[in-house]
Design a protein around this ligand. Structure first.
Ligand code: ATP
Ligand code: MG
Length: 456
């Protein structure tokens, strides 16, 4: 590559071969014939009959900059003539492997320039436990860390989130990362959580106090969906021509429908329930986003026949998947190389790939939520008691905006006694975080196997 580096010393520190030599090796450079310059009249006069001499030269893309920050090395490369950003992106796995990176990100900055972020050390190895949330957050909640060690903040407002991962991949961590992260906002009345847990309520039951209502049977799930559609209808009428994005207030909260194992409702239930649930959920997904009714759904199996509604979710988190085909299904064509969720090691549950708004992929790991933390957070931040949450919204709407604020202040956080009677739940085994590859010698063979360039 033609070299103009901002930190040339770092190139050498990448080891052998240095990044400068990688263009030809990684398929980024081409060899071209070059005629020697015999065409001037002076030369023609000296050697009129001599055939044009040929030599071969390498043509490289241009290495624009190399910047080191923490454990990452950011390399910006401009395409050579005849090359596209797709060609540059396709070379990312080879480039990262040659540089001995633990993993990488790649994103197009322009139609001719690509940025490679090479992650030189694994920051996601050790298990990290979540901590009790302190701040009232609604727009986005911190659920873990990114592969460069920075905070992974999951945006929520205006998004429907689908979490896909095989059994034991750590969907619970993301489920509680969102619901637990919203807990202070639940207590403040800014967010109302609705749970659907058709696996006998085992998961949601642990943090039951956080939820306005929890469905544990298909019939109850349909009821919850209908109630949320009432909110969608009512808000749609109220907001028409006024505003296009609902702003949560304590009088008019964000409704979050959190579903653990969506397929039990949309694929494995009785045909009639399945059909009705898919219809209602499709309505919530297509109309609720801007009206402050959003969905977080977890599912093990990403096949189309299991989730016909996959395309209606606006952000997807891919935990460990079973094949490159599943990765393509969940994250889109081309994702298998750049976001290989099927290569995440079973020894690192909670690890996932996400596609950012700019199209780049990033590896993340959710913080672990032990059962005790879920229970504590739920009892500390119980959902305010309202006799009918949907009716309450309509009543509040009839009041003026000042009265709305006053009504909001009247919402008292529920005491234990005022939280509606809980259904008995099936006892479950207490969860302990699985030891990571880094900390578990017995699973050392998995170390690094969930990173892009190193995975088999
Ligand atoms: N973020 C995490 N960090 C470390 N360990 C985790 C993490 N999340 C989950 N685990 C471990 O993995 C186990 C399985 O996680 P979890 O129950 O969340 O999986 P799941 O994807 O919900 O599986 P299923 O589909 O069977 O319900 C947990 O009991 C825990 O030991
Ligand atoms: Mg689960």
């Amino acid at each position: 590559m033609g070299c103009r580096t901002s930190q040339a010393g770092l190139v050498a520190s990448l080891g052998s071969p240095s990044l400068v030599d990688l263009g030809p090796e990684c398929g980024l450079s081409v060899q071209r014939d070059q005629r020697a310059n015999w065409s001037t009249s002076a030369l023609r006069a000296v050697a009129p009959r001599r055939p044009a001499a040929r030599s071969t030269v390498w043509v490289h893309p241009r290495l624009c900059s190399v910047t080191a920050r923490g454990v990452t090395l950011t390399v910006t490369v401009r395409a050579r003539t005849g090359q596209t950003v797709d060609d540059l992106e396709n070379a990312a796995p080879a480039l990262a492997a040659a540089a001995s990176a633990r993993s990488f990100r790649c994103r197009a900055l322009s139609p001719s320039t690509v940025e490679y972020v090479l992650v030189m050390a694994d920051r996601l190895g050790p298990v990290r436990a979540a901590s009790a949330p302190a701040d009232v957050l609604v727009d986005a909640v911190p659920v873990g860390r990114r592969q460069d060690g920075t905070r992974w903040l999951l945006p929520l407002t205006g998004r429907h989130t689908l979490v896909v991962g095989c059994s034991g991949s750590g969907k619970g961590s993301i489920f509680w990362g969102v619901c637990g992260g919203l807990a202070p906002a639940v207590r403040a009345g800014l967010v109302r959580l609705w749970g659907v847990d058709l696996k006998r309520g085992v998961e949601v039951g642990m943090g039951r106090h956080l939820f306005t209502d929890v469905a544990t049977t298909p019939a109850q799930a349909l009821e919850v969906l209908r109630r949320l559609l009432q909110v969608v209808d009512e808000r749609g009428h109220r907001m028409a021509g006024d505003t296009r994005l609902h702003k949560p207030t304590s009088a008019d909260p964000l409704h979050v429908l959190a579903i653990d194992e969506l397929a039990v409702l949309t694929a494995y239930a009785d045909p009639e329930i399945r059909k009705e649930a898919s219809r209602l959920l499709a309505e919530v997904l297509t109309q609720g986003r801007a009206l402050g009714v959003i969905v977080l759904a977890c599912v093990q199996d990403p096949r189309k026949e299991v989730i016909g509604l996959r395309g209606l979710f606006t952000q997807t988190i891919a935990l460990r998947l079973r094949s490159a085909d599943e990765t393509r299904m969940v994250l889109g064509d081309g994702a298998a190389a750049l976001a290989p969720a099927h290569r995440i090691s079973p020894s690192t549950p909670g690890t996932a790939w996400v596609i950012e708004e700019d199209g780049s992929a990033d590896r993340v790991r959710a913080d672990f939520w032990p059962d005790d933390l879920v229970r504590n957070v739920a009892t500390t931040h119980p959902a305010p008691y309202v006799s009918d949450p949907v009716e309450a919204v309509q009543l509040v709407d009839d009041l003026g905006s000042e009265a709305q604020a006053a009504a909001a202040d009247d919402f008292e956080p529920a005491s234990d006694a005022s939280v509606r009677a809980r259904r008995p739940r099936t006892p479950r085994q207490s969860r302990t975080p699985r030891r990571s590859a880094a900390s578990a010698p017995s699973s050392a063979s998995h170390a690094g196997s969930d990173v892009g360039p190193e995975a088999a």
